[in-house]
Write a protein of this length. Sequence first.
Length: 351
Amino acid sequence: MIKAGIIGATGYAGAELARILYGHKGVEIIWLGSRSYIDKPYASIYQNMFELIEGDCLDDRMDELVGRADVVFTATPQGFLASVMKEEYLRQAKFVDLSADYRIKDVRVYEQWYQIEHKSPQFIEEAVYGLCEVNREKIKAARLVANPGCYTTCSILTAYPLVKEGIIDPDTLIIDAKSGTSGAGRGAKVNNLFCEVNENIKAYGVATHRHTPEIEEQLGYAAGKPFRINFTPHLVPMNRGILVTAYASLARRADGSFPSESEIRAVYETYYGGEKFVRVLKPGVFPETRWVEGSNFVDINFLVDERTGRVIMMGALDNLIKGAAGAAVQNMNLLFGLPETEGLEFAPLFP
């Protein structure tokens, strides 16, 4: 059995990790870390785990945890893992970090967008960006996996094949994204109160959202060159889910023509036809958050707008699962040579 520890186990992503790992036949949860609830029974915080997960919340004593765990999940705020990481920890356990601490390779970019000093930049280069559908082989050999962000997972997977194959002009890419309120975390914030969120939709982080450089960096690798995007997230009054609608100009071929709908569909099928957790929908069926809720799936489709010479790309996922905890377990499975789908083959919930 893989012995797993979770730091930040009482946040929404951490709780989803605990729930998924509880049902994973190859894992034993040996540590539920939470500074806010030390010594309190875990099931008293998340009553859905009553008589399922025993034990009290512990703190974040990393020295002790790495001596007991095979894998450590850190579902913590930005800066936590970077502030405590040591080489000796990586020699004792594998790490899957759900924060942004090791996602961005240029430490200056990280510090600019997150407005904190990175305390362990020496580990950034070896960290593997944990988007399994893109970096599967690199993840298998990693010690430290930087689990992708929720907006970024949906945005990257939606556009990746067309960027990689030069089907679109990446410099024209615009990403409009909408998320449920669980994406903001479990902390008490006025802007997330029911009366503030209900019956409302709003843009936030306009031109400044911290996932922007992560999307740019990863799609830049696909394009083979750096580029910039417009990324605008929105908050919608639902618990969970992300819907991305991305727009880009199609790249003209030498004869002046654009790629056809059937050619673009063939590209998506080439990239994702063998992927368990990426579902390319049938023509005319567009992604909806309700059809991926509670699952590790991301649904993707597109439409060619011949009038404007653009393609409209759409993706939907559950921000707490494929956008966080499910992806983390998918990464863990790869790290330990397990079937990638182990513990994750549950159908979406509806209604």
